[in-house]
Unconditional design. Sequence first.
Length: 127
Amino acid sequence: MIDAFAFRFNHLFGFYDNTKSWANSKIRYELNVDLERKHNKSRGNIRRSSTRKLFENRPIRKGVKNTKVSQVFEKPRQRMLFLFDYGDQWHFIVELKKIVEPEQNIKYPAILETFGEAPEQYPEYEF
């Protein structure tokens, strides 16, 4: 997706089940989860909670690095918000259009459709 917009891949991002309000998502797939795990593992800090009730109403947070598209999208028309760059807040809706058998020489997942012209990631402003 980043390639489709010619953006530089230099910011944190996440996928959220609530396409209107990412902060209210119940399920989140975030790069910072992977980074936190890597950081905690390198420091020998493995966080385990012995009090599950404390976290019952918190959203489910998973990493993106080892998550496959098929684990997130189970049926056609399922949608998620892709939020790139939490500062500039680039919002993209990702929708599973269909499930097909893979063809040789085609890279998956594939972008099937885009709308409008891609904006510049860092436009030059005149002051």
